[in-house]
Structure formats: C-alpha cells, structure tokens
Design a protein around this ligand. Structure first.
Ligand code: NAI
Length: 457
C-alpha cells in the first residue's frame, strides 16, 4: 500500500497540471491515468484538431493565393495520410513532454483506471488501480468528460458501424468522406466542419438551436455562418434530427422532414462529465446533473476532495482546467486563490477565428448591468487590410456604464486566438478603459483593433 499527500484521478490537463504543481509544492503525488497522459486535449481534442486545421489552412492558402500574386503550376493536393501522420507525431511529442515533466517533478505516474474505494477511519482516501491500492491524504478528481450520445434513432447503430463518429473516432479516419453531416453546430462541430470544408468535403451542419456556436455573440455567429455558406457549407438551424439511416440523416424543420444523404456523420452534441463508475459515491461526493459540484476554490462537499476540469462541468475547456488545478493546489497549500470564470477566454479555431472573453451585451443586460457595447471593424488595423481581402472581422467591447469597467470582449478575424489573452487581462484586472488606452500596441498588428475599440468607447 502506497500513501501519498495527494492522489490525482485522471492525467488530462487538469490532472497533470495539478499533479505537477502539487509535487512542486513538496507533496508526494501519484496521478492515475487509464489511457494516455494528456487526456482528451492532447490525444483526441485540442491538439490533434489544431494540427489538422493547420494542414487544411495551408492547403487553402495554396489553392486560393492568386489574389496575393502567388500562382501554382499544376494541381495542389491534400494528403490525409500525411496530415494524419504529422498529427500523430505532434501528439506523440506533446504526450512525451507531459510524461517527462511529471517524471522530473517526481510525480508517480500510474497507468491504470483508479476507482475510489472509500475513506478510512484515519481520514485517508483509498483508491484501487490495477492490482494496487493507493492511499491519499487528499484527492483531486480530474476525470474529464465523454461525448454525449443523444437518444436519436440509429445513432448507436451508426456508431457501432463506424458511419457515425464522435470527435474521437473522426480523428482516426482513414479517408475523407465526400458528404459529411455534422449533428451539433457547437465548437467541435464548427472546427471539424471548417477542416472538412477546407479540403473539399461537402458539409451540412444540423443544429437544433437557431444559431450556431452556442452562447457566442449572435452577430459573430452570423458572420461565421455566412462566411461558410459562401464557401458552400449548408446550415440547417432550428432543426431536429429524427433518425440516422444507412447513408443519410433525416431532420425535421417547421414540420417538414428532409433527408440529407452522406457517407459520414460527426456527432458533436456536447460532452458529459465522467463521474460514473469511479467510486465517488463511496465518499459521498455531491454531483448535480452528472457534474461534481465545486466552489470557486474547486472544493467539493467532502473536505480534502477537489474536482478540476470537465468533470465539474463548469466550463469544459483545457485552459480552465489548468487554472482550476492551480487554484485547487494553492488552496491545499493554504494560499488564498479563487477562479474567475468571467475572465476565462474561449476560442473557436475556425477560419476566421472567433475569440471571446466575459459577457456579451445580451448576457450583461440579463445579469442587470447598465451595459453598452462598441463595435469596431478589423479594417481599422492596417495589418488586417494588408493580409485579408474583403474581411468581415470586427471587435466588440461590452462596458458597464456604472462602474466603467470592461465586461466582455468579442472578436472575429485573424489572430484573435492569440490576442484574446490580452483582452482577458483587461476584463480580469478591471482596469478602467482610460487606463487601458495608455497601453502601447505594436504596429502594424491586428491587435491594434483593441486599441481602436478602447478609444471608440
Ligand atoms: P457544444 O456544447 O459546444 O455544442 C453542441 C451543440 O450541439 C449545441 O449547439 C447544441 O444545441 C447542439 N445539439 C445538441 N443536441 C443536438 C441534436 N440532437 N441535434 C442537433 N443539434 C444538437 O459541444 P461540442 O461542440 O460537442 O463541444 C464539447 C465541448 O468541448 C465544449 O464544452 C467545448 O467548449 C469543448 N471544446 C472546446 C474547443 C475550443 O476551445 N476551441 C474545441 C472543441 C471542443
């Protein structure tokens, strides 16, 4: 029996960073992971998708570069096997990096599924993994999430046949479909739709809400949709999928049934926290709609037990998990720290990119703020004009008239994924716009649109 200061259940972004940080603070730590270290993010999420999206972007640049004075003699080809091979190497490198980091931090990496057995009279948590038992003074649950499978007729059969794929299987496909139907126009659906459309696949997105991209600013969602429609993508919004057949998806809209023939279906209808069958009930950890209930220090209802990342269902983003991991470890070490979910940025890696932080105008008003917004086109930034023809990008700032602080920043355009951390800092620090206007932005960069927007306030 091995006793540790801290046991971590799950080796994804939340788990591996919590383990590393706890070890750096002098704790003895074991992290239990049944699959690959790096979790969904590194193995079947953020990193592999961004690698493929980059290949698709290069292909698109090569095929659409004439306006920039670049022409290609002969055909430009996209090779899925080579893009996949590169993706595998990238994933391997980064997973290796995580394992090395944990090793150097002195964390014991256990490659087995951990199940909580209970809490002894000594107050220690007992966890079974493989043939071993591990005992911990504290427990960090970082068990992640899995793709939701809605009760649509034919979906389970389609998954079993390989006709329907989730984010996981689609990243292992061996050939491109000709016609792809994406069920669910959220983040995963849109990023994958962007990849497939860029390499010539005919894509139809079926979304049950009236807008794509969930709670994203409605105008941004609309620009993104129109951009993709202009490239030939079809969106069926406010549509309810009736069934998945052999070679087609049938949806209903306004009482009318439509059949969309396809040779592959991506199911991207959200994710659910992994909280079943890991023994949480043995120590009475409270869950709500399948997610572990946590406070702003990531404490659960059981003292000594923390839950970070997707399993608490708060924001389901890898970078939220990182920050939650640090807050949890800081709290364990007696350091005052809380997470501010209102300043966590969100990015959709489509082309153009979308990046947002904080509240939209609609949300701010709903929460009772005397809010107003300004909108500035990306054309105000010289570099954007230099690089993008007829770009529709823009930046919106949402401000509270009462406190004169920024509540949100919402952008669509190039490089916004790289700019949003600066905006997140503006929202998080709550510095007044009059102070933020004094920052010097490098010229020429697209980031200058933020400066323009601050002055437009
Ligand atoms: P999501 O929650 O973003 O979107 C799911 C969409 O499916 C919603 O718009 C919903 O209305 C729709 N939907 C649900 N059931 C449906 C049905 N039966 N028919 C039609 N539409 C239906 O979930 P998604 O895209 O699966 O992503 C999962 C998680 O992964 C999210 O929490 C997301 O934040 C995270 N993620 C983040 C990324 C990023 O930060 N760039 C990239 C990929 C995923």
């Amino acid at each position: 029996m091995n006793t540790y200061d801290c046991l971590v259940l799950g080796g994804g972004p939340g788990g591996y960073l919590a383990a590393e940080r706890a070890a750096q603070r002098g704790m003895s730590v074991a992290v239990l992971e049944e699959r690959a270290f790096g979790g969904v993010c590194l193995n079947e999420g953020c990193i592999p998708t961004k690698t493929l999206l980059h290949s698709a972007k290069m292909y698109r640049h090569a095929t659409q570069s004439e306006a920039f004075g670049v022409t290609v003699e002969g055909m430009v080809h996209f090779s899925l096997p080579r893009a996949m091979e590169r993706k595998r190497r990238v994933v391997q490198t980064l997973v290796g990096g995580v394992e090395n980091t944990l090793k150097h931090a002195g964390v014991e990496m256990v490659r087995a599924r951990g199940t909580v057995l209970g809490r002894g009279t000594d107050g220690l948590f007992q966890v079974a993994a493989g043939d071993e038992q591990y005992v911990g003074k504290r427990l960090i649950v970082a068990s992640g999430s899995h793709a939701a499978v809605p009760p649509i007729t034919g979906v389970r059969e389609g998954l079993a046949r390989g006709f329907v794929k989730t984010n996981c299987e689609i990243l292992e496909m061996e050939s491109l479909p000709r016609d792809l139907v994406v069920i669910g126009g959220g983040v995963i659906g849109l990023e994958m739709a962007c990849f497939f459309a860029a390499v010539g696949v005919k894509v139809t997105v079926i979304e049950m809400l009236d807008q794509i991209a969930g709670n994203t600013d409605a105008e941004i969602a609309s620009v993104l949709q129109r951009t993709y429609e202009a490239q030939g993508m079809t969106f069926c919004l406010g549509a309810s999928v009736q069934r998945v057949e052999n070679g087609a998806v049938v949806y209903q809209k306004d009482g009318k049934e439509t059949t969309v023939p396809c040779d592959m279906v991506l199911l991207s209808t959200g994710r659910r926290p992994n909280t079943q069958d890991i023994g949480l009930e043995s120590i009475n950890v409270q869950t709500q709609r399948g997610a572990i209930v946590t406070d702003l220090q990531l404490c659960t209802n059981v003292s000594g037990v923390f839950a970070v990342g997707d399993c608490n269902g708060k924001s389901m983003l890898a970078h939220t998990a990182y920050r939650e991991a640090e807050v949890a470890v800081n709290h364990m070490c007696g350091e005052k720290d809380i997470i501010n979910y209102d300043s966590v940025p969100a990015v959709i890696y489509t082309d153009p990119e979308v990046a947002c932080v904080g509240m939209t105008l609609q949300e701010a008003k709903r929460r009772g703020y005397a809010a107003r917004e300004v909108k500035v086109p990306m054309q105000y930034a010289g570099r954007y004009v230099a690089e993008v023809d007829n770009g529709k990008g823009f930046c919106k700032l949402v401000m509270d008239e009462t406190s004169h602080r920024l509540l949100g920043v919402h952008m669509i355009g190039s490089y916004v994924s790289e700019m949003i951390y600066g905006a997140a800092m503006m929202v998080d620090t709550q510095l007044p716009p009059s102070r933020l206007q004094k920052l010097t932005f490098p010229h020429p960069t697209v980031s200058e649109v933020l400066r323009e927007a601050l002055f437009a306030l």
